[in-house]
Ligand binder design. Sequence first.
Ligand SMILES: Cc1cc2nc3c(=O)[nH]c(=O)nc-3n(C[C@H](O)[C@H](O)[C@H](O)COP(=O)(O)OP(=O)(O)OC[C@H]3O[C@@H](n4cnc5c(N)ncnc54)[C@H](O)[C@@H]3O)c2cc1C
Length: 416
Amino acid sequence: MNDPDVLIVGGGIGGLGAAYALARRGLAVRLLERSPAFGEVGAGIQLAPNCTRILADYGLLDEARGRGVAPDAMIMRDAVDGAELTRLDLRDLERRYGFPYLVIHRSDLHAMLLRACERAGVELLTAREAVGYANTGDGARVTLADGRVERARVVIAADGLHSVARRLLVDDRPVSSAYVAYRGTTPASTGRAAGVDLSEVTVYVGPRCHFVHYGLRGGELLNQVAVFESPKALAGEDDWGTPDELDAAFADTCAFVRDGLSDMWRDRWWRMYDRDPIMSWVDGDIALLGDAAHPPLQYIAQGAIMAIEDGWVLGEHVARHRSGDGSVDWRAVFAAYDAVRPEHCRRVLTTSRAWGELWHLDGRPRLRRNVLLRERDTYDYSFVDWLYGPTALDPSDEPPMFTPVPLSSASGALGS
Ligand SMILES: Cc1cc2nc3c(=O)[nH]c(=O)nc-3n(C[C@H](O)[C@H](O)[C@H](O)COP(=O)(O)OP(=O)(O)OC[C@H]3O[C@@H](n4cnc5c(N)ncnc54)[C@H](O)[C@@H]3O)c2cc1C
């Protein structure tokens, strides 16, 4: 086999998105996935306009819309009393940003990207586990677990939270949040699910826990996620996040939330890790992408989106740094990528952590938060403009961050 232009390690949403972005530019792309088959585990995923804008550019938005749901509103409620705190009007949001807010099954998004890669001629190989990376001077090589070696002009490592390639850049470890997520999908036409309004994405925020629900597959399925802080994780026990902890964590929440716990898959759960941001993802002709570069806590639902944006940004810079003979100035492409993406993703990672803290407040801080959220104007987009606008290609395109509102500014309303 000839060496490809680009070798991508990892066939998750990030790796497939990047493979498509580069193959559609006419590059020869080979993708290596460790698992014996391509697939995604999990349930729903939210796709904000900064992602659907890219899917539209790829010609995939109609398919995504057909397979997903475009809800009318995103509503935040207090998990203890069930009362509404604030909302986003997702129809108005679509008018503002030009692209919809969608929710879709992970496996549908993954399968859609996989098919797009097949159509674009990406060489998709499974059962290939990368264990080593090296720059060679005129490109880069990847060593596989079985001893084989793959070479290409550049390597993009999209090998997820436990990335091997990340060690080229930093000696760090995933950071445990001590939070754990349970997920579950149920047919939307029966039982409790039949009474749930699928035109809404709703998040119930509560002390050390939250609960999310929305519809999937054109409203056929109800997707629910229950997230909580594990006392066993805080105590340093290995066996953390077990179903008994799930039930205990939500004991003081409203009946609607407690009733939803019976719909959760109880045989698996996801411990929530992120990593501290790093400000360079490039080592010579090897670049990190997706969770390998910037695994977030999921609270602002941007992890897969950032991964898709990374691939799109690479594709756009390939188009900018290509000569008439088709050759690509990869040093320039990687420099442009490294100049713009790490700072954006640093903002997402740090905001996700802060957002989680805000959601999970207890006692008086919870009441202060509720006052502030109730005061927010539904049509105030100052907290999402930095996320949902067009993905920046240069640092100068990156929009300013929002100004945080201190919790203490709500104290007057509480009478303290
Ligand atoms: C509960 C929860 C809810 C979330 N909700 C959202 C949401 O609503 N919106 C959103 O945008 N994001 C969300 N996320 C985040 C999102 O799921 C991830 O950020 C995203 O899937 C990362 O994609 P990735 O391709 O970078 O990594 P991964 O999905 O981890 O894919 C990595 C791939 O690389 C392969 N691999 C790993 N090591 C090797 C190796 N050595 N050799 C070869 N292959 C290898 C793996 O098998 C895998 O296929 C959520 C996450 C969680 C946990």
